[in-house]
Design a protein around this ligand. Sequence first.
Ligand SMILES: Nc1nc2c(ncn2[C@@H]2O[C@H](COP(=O)(O)OP(=O)(O)OP(=O)(O)O)[C@@H](O)[C@H]2O)c(=O)[nH]1
Length: 190
Amino acid sequence: MLVGDSGVGKTCLLVRFKDGAFLAGSFISTVGIDFRNKVLTVDGVKVKLQIWDTAGQERFRSVTHAYYRDAHALLLLYDVTNKASFDNIQAWLTEIHEYAQQDVVLMLLGNKVDSAQDRVVKREDGEKLAKEYGVPFMETSAKSGLNVELAFTAIAKELKHRSMKLPNEPKFKLHDYVKKEVRGSSCCRS
Ligand SMILES: Nc1nc2c(ncn2[C@@H]2O[C@H](COP(=O)(O)OP(=O)(O)OP(=O)(O)O)[C@@H](O)[C@H]2O)c(=O)[nH]1
């Protein structure tokens, strides 16, 4: 399930992953909730991801709350060009702790790193926050596609590992896997 403030790029991230395209042009906010399926082959095993795209707008919060408890994984997004979306991450985490399953797979994503000139949230700030909460972290761009496949593949691998519980298979380390991340530009407006 994709969560985070309105406009951080949840729908675009999902469309980039599903269709390999970027939704340029006017911004159409998600109403309530929407979902798309994608089948990935992970280490020779087919994994069907059902990905729920939630509305970031406050007025839909009660609708999205109802979906948290069925989510196996949450991708929590902020927009690196929007400080408020980053400041709201703590509130999102509080909501997640309240409504999601305790063992939900969680990943923090700083999106829109292609907009280097408009960046206001430093990579280190994202990393620091993620470390504080023990959550894997990556920076992404739905526009350029940077790290999008990697983020979803990481989730798929973790979920596959958890569901198959093969005793002889080495434990999948999500925190290590996300280190394959390609670094975007760290340029800042301020
Ligand atoms: N430059 C840039 N723009 C992006 C990126 N991702 C999304 N956008 C733009 O940001 C705006 C919002 O994107 P959405 O994907 O609709 O945002 P959302 O988080 O789904 O918003 P809600 O549905 O309201 O919760 C759109 O104008 C997108 O074109 C990105 O990676 N880079």
